[in-house]
Ligand binder design. Sequence first.
Ligand code: DLL
Length: 433
Amino acid sequence: MAFWDEQIETLPREELATLQLKRLKNVIARARNSIFYRNRLADIDESQFTKPEDVVQLPFTTKHDLRLNYDFGLLTVPQEEIVRMHSSSGTTGKATVIFHTRRDIANWANLVARCIVMAGAEKRDVFQNIISYGMFTGGLGLHYGAESVGMLVIPSGVGNTKRQIQLMKDFKTTVFHATPSYILYVSEVMEEEGDDPREFDLRIGFVGAEPHSEQTRQKIEDIYDISAFNSYGMSELNGPGVAFECEEKSGMHFWEDQYLLEVVNPHTGEALGPGEEGELVVTTLCREAMPIIRYRTGDLASIVDDGEPCACGRAHVRISRIKGRTDDMLIVRGVNLYPSQIEDVLMSFPEVATNYQLYLERKGTLDELTVKVELYPKMFTGDLRMLRKLENDILKAIQDEIMVRPRVEFHEPGSLPRTEGKAVRVVDLRKEN
Ligand code: DLL
């Protein structure tokens, strides 16, 4: 088993806590160099902190704070010290921007390199980075990490799917990085072109940036005959490289030497324990240009609580898959649900292909949920009885899961809308009425 930074990855938990406390104090002091935190932290005396958990004495930082303090309000260094800017991919409201010093970029590349090596990829691999470059952090984030490891990096970005496939063939790509929805689309194009995705040289895939179920991961692994690893991050916390799966795949290791993690009740802000699902709240422990303290990520997950340290030997906690975002929650006929619950059900049916979308409408006073789902071509043989049975089975399984009876519509593969970046899973037309 390989490590990028064995000493820090396997640091005993007491030593990790000591390191976190020291870094937390430093980061508070540093944050005070920004206009925003100078006021926000005025009453805090961090010299009294005795353990990392004392972080709860600090106020939360929200996306709204970042927006209000656009552009340089959280910057702690003179502008000439910053070498890079990124932006979050939010589609509503003002953008939030994140700045990095040269050391921040090196640190981030190091973290991503940890993830890459943890998943079993190596210098000899050919790495195709099939994800958007630019303000989005997925492209450059993995790019720098992979170069640090010494892989041959093909910065192919997203789109031009036939060219992606050609590059994979010509340069014998062994590792890719993509959103789960786009890499599934790539496999459909391969099949249309008469290529068998299992026949390529691929062996490892990094998938992330959007919620996806365990079944979707398994689908990607089966289709490509690879091992796929879940990757979590967000622009406000650099981007990818925050948490990533090891070969045990029993949760994503959250790099606690760099990020202090809390899980809180999203409504009350109260601390939750291991195994309890809540909102991830994160403090950057090493960032120079723009430290963020107790950031309300909006992402819902839990700390894995299986009572065992991970068999890979890494000491850093593991988090579950991200269930969704606090703002993704749908209320349908008074019932709260997350799109990921429906994905879990859909992807457990082998007849279901790779794409789906949820449509919400209001008929009179009643919400109507339509689950549009693509089936594999073999299902469209004209055997209506078979389709009706499948429809009933899916309906029932969804209803059991979410307590709302949807409509289910079947579509041919490739017929529902696609995006090259993050998939749009929900079309909510109720707001327009
Ligand atoms: O998506 C960073 C990233 C790039 C992560 C590439 C992994 C791979 P943002 O555009 O700021 O940054 O979006 C962050 O995406 O708060 C989550 O809601 C969601 N997200 C990211 N990774 C996952 C994942 C990048 N593995 C937001 N599972 C986050 C579920 C994810 N959701």
